[in-house]
Ligand binder design. Structure first.
Ligand SMILES: *Cc1c(COP(=O)(O)O)cnc(C)c1O
Length: 391
């Protein structure tokens, strides 16, 4: 698919800086923190000029030098990435904003931006010779793993809460995955997955518990930079569960700075959660470096029903370093805004996307965002599979 060579070097711990060889089959650092991928940025900058990106493949694999897959044969793709950045035609104006954009991730394979991360995780798993992958999921990550594993000829085992809407169960089985349902939230699914890993040797591709999903998600940051001709927007509003996309984009901005692709101020990163599950918002407001577990998480935005995140300190760091904030929105507001995205912008978003619009309204009111700023909302998933939650 791509004849361009990665400049990947090795893995490093996001907390203690310990290093690991790239070809080691590994989940977390010995210290328990997530691992991140390092590249030879000097080499990347000399081999990939930002001016030449326009000639590249129309998918996230266009950034091959900055992605961790070595052999093009292992790049498992269904056409993920390069999603549209739509300028708002209606909502922005009604809020008095000149520059409101919607990063429409609903068009990704399997209907959400989870495709980016799982395409990368499955590709690296294939490269490392792994054969069976397991994931605890609120829905979209399971669909994405199931599809990419099918395409890679690997087995997938998906564990989801029993109250997950039917369409997620259906598509996972269409992709030939093995499915198990658990009472409770994704946290309980994670416990069950840990047992299966221990007992049957499945390899876990849970959020940030392997180093590669974030490398797929970071391509959203590169795409934004390309869209804006390498001057970034003022504000990014991101619906946060495990936080891979937010952390990933922040990593992408850092990488682009190191390669001399961007300079100056970076966007303020805004993390939005539901009032029914807002561990990051609580930790942000209390000035904590990490987040405590949220009890009894409840929200229709299933991707945000994540009571504790292993990358909590990375999310909080990125939000603070960027001068952003974290905000919780009510279920009523996020659902209303989801309908508004449909009615006024022609996008059938899942409730997580609605949450970004609800956050925008709140932050315009509080003055954190002003009308002359450029703002990007991340519309992370398609509403179609969430049919049960729209009454
Ligand atoms: C998973 C998911 C999220 C949360 O993404 P993270 O990167 O885990 O924070 C948001 N929206 C949708 C539709 C999702 O599936």
């Amino acid at each position: 698919m791509s004849s361009y060579q990665t400049t990947v070097k090795d893995l490093y711990c996001s907390k203690c800086d310990r290093r690991y060889e790239l070809d080691k089959i590994i989940t977390l650092c010995e210290c328990g923190a997530p691992l991140l991928v390092d590249y030879d940025y000097e080499k990347a900058a000399s081999e990939l000029k930002k001016e030449n990106l326009k000639d590249r493949a129309h998918s996230m694999w266009r950034y091959a030098e900055l992605l961790p897959v070595k052999d093009a044969e292992n790049m498992i793709s269904l056409g993920e990435g390069c999603t549209p950045l739509l300028k708002s035609t209606s909502i922005g104006g009604s809020l008095g904003l000149r520059d409101l954009y919607l990063k429409d991730e609903t068009n990704n394979p399997t209907g959400s931006f989870k495709a980016r991360g799982l395409a990368m995780a499955v590709s690296r798993a294939k490269e490392l010779g792994l054969k069976k992958l397991i994931i605890p999921t609120a829905g979209n990550a399971g669909s994405a793993l199931a599809a990419y594993a099918a395409r890679a000829g690997m087995r997938a085992y998906i564990i989801m809460p029993e109250d997950t809407p039917e369409p997620f169960k259906l598509d996972c089985s269409i992709y030939g995955a093995e499915l198990e349902f658990v009472k409770g939230s994704i946290k309980d699914c994670g416990k069950r997955a840990a047992e299966k890993v221990e007992e049957e040797g499945w390899f876990p591709v849970s959020t940030l518990k392997e180093p590669y999903r974030i490398e797929g998600k970071k391509t959203m940051g590169y795409e934004l930079a390309e869209h804006f001709d390498f001057s970034l927007p003022d504000v990014i509003i991101y619906p946060t569960g495990g936080g891979t996309g937010l952390i990933g984009m922040w990593k992408a901005f850092d990488e682009m700075e190191r390669m001399g692709w961007i300079e100056g101020k970076k966007p303020r990163m805004i993390s939005v959660q539901s009032e029914g599950c807002a561990p990051m918002v609580r930790a942000f407001e209390e000035g904590e470096p990490a987040a405590e577990e949220w009890k009894d998480p409840e929200t229709k935005a299933m991707g945000l029903r994540v009571p504790s995140a292993i990358g909590d300190f990375l999310i909080l760091n990125a939000v603070r370093e960027s001068g952003g904030t974290a905000v919780a929105v009510s279920e009523e507001d996020l659902m209303k805004c989801t309908y508004d995205l449909g009615e006024y912008e022609g996008i059938f978003s899942s409730p997580e996307g609605g949450a970004t619009l609800a956050a925008l309204k709140k932050l315009l009111k509080s003055g954190h965002i002003s009308a002359d700023e450029s703002v990007v909302l991340f519309i992370t998933g398609n509403g179609m599979k969430y049919a049960d939650v729209f009454e």
